[in-house]
Design a protein around this ligand. Structure first.
Ligand SMILES: NC(=O)c1ccc[n+]([C@@H]2O[C@H](COP(=O)([O-])OP(=O)(O)OC[C@H]3O[C@@H](n4cnc5c(N)ncnc54)[C@H](OP(=O)(O)O)[C@@H]3O)[C@@H](O)[C@H]2O)c1
Length: 273
């Protein structure tokens, strides 16, 4: 038989624990730090945290965009939004900037690294400057940020770092292997960092979206495979709570990329995509 008094005691205990938790959150709100905060995916990622009264540190290169995003998050309930205007295009610069930002705002609870550029593969193959910039923004800058985060978050022994890679990093295709190889580097870097930070209680999530309808893909024809930034950001938040190490989003990309990765080279190298 169910003991009603025990049930009541249990539910009172749960309520008291919840009250304590929200008291703690009020005093010390969840700190979300976003690099590349003006990205379409990043904005959708930030909004549910603002609803839960988090505080933010947003880093991007365009001050006007940062101000607009900050206003949006305050309207939703953000406790505090600090904005840092910085171009994330170098390893040492991004490392030093991240260290300074952490010194001033404290180590974050949740981080999203979202900045990136796509580029046109044919144009990139003809421009050493453009290729150099692609690797600096997509690979070297995130690595500098991750090095600084490893020190700070590893010391504090908690938190989550989500890094946006791409399905394009799973196998180099003729039409976009330059961008794909930057994402492959980030997927591998975050895989190793995840293992390194696991014993320290810091969770590293590698996010592999397929095509997403953001400013980055504005010039491309719309396709049924294209996801909304809202769908992708919800999947990221779920993967953080479930501690999924590698997220394919939407999930059907896991199967598509499994097939692509396993196509024999003599077939794959003849495909025009
Ligand atoms: N859209 C897709 O189909 C897709 C698919 C797979 C993976 N991804 C990845 O998802 C991430 C977010 O992209 P998105 O789709 O949200 O596209 P987006 O809206 O175009 O976001 C890209 C962001 O990168 C920022 N950025 C570029 N160069 C920068 C620099 N030097 N310094 C600082 N920030 C810089 C942009 O800043 P500005 O606003 O100043 O330009 C923008 O905020 C990227 O890493 C991208 O590679 C996207």
């Amino acid at each position: 038989m169910v003991d009603q008094s025990k049930l009541a005691q249990e539910s009172n205990r749960n309520l008291r624990a919840k009250d304590k938790e929200s008291e703690k959150e009020k005093k010390n709100p969840h700190h979300v730090m976003i690099f590349g905060a003006s990205s379409g995916i990043a904005l959708e990622f930030a909004r549910p945290f603002a609803d839960r009264k988090a505080r933010f540190t947003l880093i991007a290169r365009d001050e006007d965009k940062l101000k607009d995003i900050s206003a949006d998050l305050y309207t939703r309930g953000a406790k505090n939004v600090a904005i840092v205007c910085y171009s994330l295009d170098a390893l040492e610069g991004s490392y030093a900037a991240t260290k300074e930002i952490i010194k001033q705002t404290e180590a974050p609870d949740t981080v999203l690294i979202a900045h990136g550029i796509l580029g046109d593969n044919d144009a990139l193959m003809k421009s050493p400057q453009a290729m150099d910039l692609l690797f600096r923004v997509n690979v070297l800058s995130p690595i500098g940020i991750l090095m600084a985060l490893e020190e700070a978050m590893g010391e504090r022994k908690r938190g989550t770092i989500a890094v946006i890679s791409s399905v394009a990093g799973d196998r180099g295709r003729a039409s976009n292997f330059a961008y794909g190889s930057t994402k492959s580097a980030i997927s591998e870097f975050t895989s190793g960092l995840r293992a390194r930070l696991l014993p320290k209680g810091v969770f590293v999530l590698t996010v592999k979206p397929g095509m997403v309808a953001t400013a980055m893909t504005e010039h491309l024809p719309r396709s049924p495979l294209m996801a909304s930034p809202k769908k992708v950001s919800r999947d990221i938040i779920k993967a953080i709570s479930q501690k999924t190490p590698v997220l394919y989003t939407p999930s059907f990309w896991r199967l598509i990329m499994f097939i692509i990765r396993h196509l024999p080279e003599f077939i794959f190298s003849r495909l025009k995509f």
